[in-house]
Design a protein around this ligand. Structure first.
Ligand code: C5P
Length: 225
């Protein structure tokens, strides 16, 4: 594939819709780079919390970006996130980090400052970009746009299994309440709210397993529609 043929596949959707695993699969199948944009907001939230910053204060969160040293290294299956040269994979997946991430992600100046970093992940042969605003704001010209959704009950169950696999405890009822609160914050913020791009294909993953969703998405990409 020529460098000028490189393209972006944007995969957006709420937490627990399965877009993270789907993005990993699609990137692997196509041999593309992967951007986990949620991890960037989580890393920022982690650093802000370490510094005792008030997450509601845009100017304080922006100041954290002055010295924001992150990188991703290839791991066995998933890539390993580093913050200031420290492996923070475990802290990053915690519920409280996701919650803090959705607070720092509300600030429009923060989102603006992170655009360049996110766009720098697009290199030949192409990129699978996973997030909330990949198809609407970060890569509005993405060749393929998918918006994944699933019922809140299914998303809470998936999250529960994920946390259990990581050896963390959780209650399904609490997870449902947390997901509902995070959805509300992500969908109703004024800066890049979570909403499907007009030209996105909406995929309901409630009744499909990961391999079925992956096949569906790959077949759309292969047929170019
Ligand atoms: O996808 P993940 O759960 O890791 O994202 C954590 C939070 O980061 C989301 O709840 C959302 O508020 C924010 N986020 C965002 N825009 C993105 C990716 C994540 O606002 N592109």
């Amino acid at each position: 594939m020529q460098a000028e043929d490189a393209f972006v596949v944007a995969i957006d959707g709420p937490g627990g819709s399965g877009k993270g695993s789907l993005s990993v699969n699609v990137a692997q199948a196509l041999g593309f780079h992967l951007l986990d944009s949620g991890a960037i907001y989580r890393l920022l939230a982690l650093k802000a919390m370490q510094q005792g910053v008030d997450l509601e204060q845009e100017s304080e969160v922006i100041a954290v970006l002055d010295d924001f040293n992150i990188r991703f290294e290839a791991g066995d299956e998933l890539s390993i996130p580093y913050l200031d040269d420290r492996d923070v994979a475990e802290e990053l997946r915690r519920e409280e980090t996701g919650d803090a991430a959705s607070k720092v992600a509300r600030h429009s100046a923060v989102r603006k400052q992170l655009l360049g970093l996110q766009r720098s992940f697009f290199k030949p042969p192409g990129l699978v970009a996973d997030g909330r605003d990949m198809g609407t704001v970060v890569f509005p010209k993405a060749r393929f746009k998918f918006f994944l959704c699933a019922s809140i009950e299914i998303r809470a169950q998936r999250r529960y299994k994920q946390l259990k696999n990581m050896g963390l405890s959780a209650s399904i009822a609490q997870l449902q309440a947390d997901i509902a609160e995070r959805d509300e914050r992500d969908q109703n913020r004024s800066a890049s709210p979570l909403t499907p791009a007009e030209d996105a294909l909406i995929v309901d993953s409630s009744l499909l397993d990961l391999s079925q969703v992956t096949e569906l998405v790959l077949s759309h990409i292969r047929h170019g529609d």
